[in-house]
Design a protein around this ligand. Sequence first.
Ligand SMILES: N[C@@H](CCC(=O)N[C@@H](CS)C(=O)NCC(=O)O)C(=O)O
Length: 218
Amino acid sequence: MAHYKLYCIGASGNSYKVALYLNCAGLDWEPVGIDFAGGVQRDATWRGENNAMGEVPVLEVEGKRMSQSGAILSWLAETTGHFAPAADERYEALRWILFDNHKFTNNHAIHRFQKSFMPEPAHPAVLAFMRGRAESSFAIVDKHLADRSFMLGERPTIADFSLAGYIYYPKEETGFDIAADYPAIDAWRNRLAALKGWKPPYEMMPVGSDLRIGREFK
Ligand SMILES: N[C@@H](CCC(=O)N[C@@H](CS)C(=O)NCC(=O)O)C(=O)O
């Protein structure tokens, strides 16, 4: 049995942040799928045993389970040393991880879900609102990356893994053409994709139920 078990599904970019870190760090881990489309994460027993917040990713190590990709990445960096920010970069890493969770990942992920995974098409005004929010956070990150290789400078850290959650899903699924519209994000994601251990999300986590069957999401 692997040392780290990651409860996840292939379509979960929040899970991919942790999966990508574990693989690029060369750690002994395995993905464990959950029946997300069947709604297991809403079940009281699942929440009691895994995550009271009803979300993946959940990382299990030595019998302990933890959630929130930003907290998991911070803990992994602290306990393994891989991709850890330097002591004087820790709050800068936290600052970008918070921005990522609140805006960069969140708007992109919700827009993708509404666009591609709902049983009924979302109202165009809802999609346009989410798209505008995502575009604005993309522009901020694109500008930031225009004159540096990675989020904190010249080497990859957990901040990069956090922001990388959704940037490799197919453009037909996300509705964003990063290669065409955000050149600095595109160059950055290619630098990350050159790391040993990189794989795209559905190959990294070929587990769990498929979101595309289109069950209700609450
Ligand atoms: N901020 C959380 C977000 C986790 C999250 O939203 N996970 C989604 C899958 S990508 C989920 O489990 N959603 C279930 C729900 O919201 O009910 C993290 O970074 O771990």
